[in-house]
Design a protein around this ligand. Structure first.
Ligand code: FES
Length: 158
């Protein structure tokens, strides 16, 4: 294999995680999480390295990565703004919120601002339906969101 893209830290964390699971494939989600935390997204090369690291076929890794919206298939900005537009959030204004984010940042869903600061993505249920609409920015949840609260956040992060 060519030069490794994943760090020693990735491999040592993986060594700790792997015994917690009965089969290699079960360690895939946490392995991908670690890889994405290092690179910000999962390129084909990084996916191949993860597959080799836990000894499963590369197509299995791709199937999993393309199934879950939490994995990024292309580079994202410093702040990845993920707006849930699933049913509970939609009923409480998520579409309007998404449109507001797009207008405020001057980009469409799935795009990144030119300064690489913000990416906005429309995502499926974030599991926080009771506090809809919900927006995830990097690892943090922001609940009961409104366009005004979104503006406040954008100002703080700019
Ligand atoms: S529908 Fe948005 S968090 Fe569940």
């Amino acid at each position: 294999m060519s030069k490794k893209l994943l760090s020693e830290k990735f491999y040592s964390e993986l060594k700790k995680i792997r015994p917690r699971y009965p089969i290699n494939q079960a360690a895939l989600l946490p392995a991908l999480h670690l890889a994405q935390a290092e690179h910000g997204w999962l390129s084909d090369e990084v996916m191949d390295e993860v597959a080799a690291a836990i000894d499963i076929p590369p197509p299995v890794v791709r199937e999993v990565v393309t199934f879950y919206t939490m994995y990024n298939l292309k580079p994202v900005g410093k702040y990845h703004v993920q707006v849930c537009t699933n049913i509970s959030c939609a009923l409480l204004g998520a579409e309007e919120l998404m449109g507001h984010c797009e207008k405020r940042l001057g980009i469409e869903g799935g795009e990144t601002t030119r300064d690489n600061k913000f990416t906005i993505t429309e995502v499926e249920c974030l599991g926080s339906c009771g506090t809809a609409p919900c927006v995830q920015i990097n690892d943090d949840y922001h609940e009961n969101m409104t366009p005004e609260r979104m503006d406040k956040l954008f100002t703080e992060l700019s």
